[in-house]
Design a protein around this ligand. Structure first.
Ligand code: SAM
Length: 268
């Protein structure tokens, strides 16, 4: 791509994100997964006016999410496949979490640069965790997106030597995708997912889906106050980056105090 086009693409990125989000909300990648569909068929399935929908579909073709055959029917590209619901590595949860809420946060980047106030606070009048606590729909989308990210690194953690461990604690573990995946690979282990109440809303269901709910419990906690004690391994995935050094240090100290002697803290 020449520099002119690349520069234009960069300032246009916000439109691409919204086009992808609309496609995901309308489940277009799921609809065409069963076989290529015409714009008219997709219009009937999504209840969106065919003329307006065609404009969106053309955008999706231009962005490489869909491809159009000689018969004008539309199918997923390899990228489009990744926006389907429930497939391994799906980016659908990220599209449903990042674009609606983060989009508004990032609109405040200039003010954040000038003042240091996080964009989320400026856009939502509270911290991310306060928004999540009062908005169960956002909480569910957030937790799903986190689980999707965690599924990508289960093999990395499950591949460690965990033979000497018995109890693994997933601190701020959300749906428990990481500890759940590790438990599935290591039948001798038991687990605990500790998190704020909103983080745990779907955890039992997720763990049951993995078939490990009988070996993994959930505990509500504030990790600045306490985390479950007696663990041999404490997992902190996508936790420390949310905080400044003082808070990150406090979380680590709380984990160290709770851990068995010789326990390991794994930071992802
Ligand atoms: C970025 S998410 C990561 C979730 C999970 N570890 C993963 O990687 O899939 C951060 C998690 O920290 C939790 N959290 C935030 N503040 C917390 C607190 N004070 N005490 C316990 N958990 C907290 C959130 O609810 C959320 O589940």
């Amino acid at each position: 791509m020449n520099p002119q086009d690349r520069a234009y693409e960069l300032v246009n990125g916000f439109r691409a994100a919204q086009v992808v989000r609309a496609a995901v909300e309308l489940k277009i990648p799921d609809l065409v997964a069963g076989g290529a569909m015409s714009a008219e068929q997709l219009s009937a399935a999504t209840q969106i006016d065919v003329d307006r929908l065609r404009r969106l579909l053309r955008g999706l073709v231009a962005l490489g999410v869909l491809e159009q055959g000689d018969d004008h029917r539309l199918a997923n590209t390899e990228v489009g496949e990744l926006f389907r619901e429930g497939i391994p590595g799906s980016r659908r949860p990220q599209a449903r979490m990042l674009i609606p809420e983060s989009y508004r946060d990032w609109d405040h980047l200039m003010e954040t640069l000038r003042t240091g106030v996080p964009g989320h606070k400026l856009a939502h009048r509270g911290t991310l965790w306060q928004t999540i606590a009062r908005d169960p729909d956002f909480a569910a989308r957030f937790n799903d997106a986190m689980a999707g990210n965690s599924e990508q690194v289960v093999d990395l953690v499950a591949g460690l030597d965990l033979a000497g461990a018995r109890l693994i604690v997933d601190v701020g573990g959300g749906e428990g995708a990481l500890v759940g995946g590790v438990l599935r690979a290591h039948p001798h282990l038991r687990g605990i997912v500790c998190d704020l109440p909103a983080g745990l809303a779907e955890t039992h269901q997720y763990l049951a889906g993995l078939g490990v709910a009988n070996r993994c419990t959930t505990v509500e906690c504030d990790f600045f106050v306490s985390v479950p004690s007696g663990g041999d391994v404490y997992l902190l995935k996508d936790i420390l980056h949310d905080w400044d050094d003082e808070h990150a240090g406090a979380i680590l100290s709380i984990c160290r105090r709770a851990a068995r002697p010789g326990a390991r803290i794994l930071i992802v």
